[in-house]
Design a protein around this ligand. Structure first.
Ligand SMILES: [Zn+2]
Length: 100
């Protein structure tokens, strides 16, 4: 499954509830999922971590859909080349603080 397939499937499946919830509440749900990822990392529960990452991706894709953003195209535009978009090296040599 490609990112666009996941985004399309997710939005079709949850369209009505996503539209009713809206951008602001969807963003809040995404931030809650990020918190759950943090808890899973702290707990060391890898199964739960994978589940929370999936949840976070689903909420991020929903947020993209609600804002008419093609997440796959956006990702490819910024990260789709074999080189770092900043230092233009195949293996990034940017200082760590620039990688955020
Ligand atoms: Zn770099």
């Amino acid at each position: 499954m490609h990112i666009l397939d996941a985004q399309t499937t997710n939005f079709e499946k949850y369209h009505d509830t996503s539209v009713a919830r809206g951008v602001d509440k969807t963003f809040i749900r995404l931030t809650e999922e990020i918190g759950e990822i943090a808890k899973a990392l702290r707990n060391g529960d890898r199964d739960n971590l994978a589940e929370e990452i999936a949840d976070g991706m689903a909420w991020l894709l929903t947020l993209a859909s609600l804002n008419d953003v093609d997440a796959q195209a956006a990702y490819i535009k910024k990260y789709g080349t074999s080189e770092c978009f900043r230092c233009h090296q195949v293996r990034c040599i940017c200082p760590e603080e620039r990688n955020v």
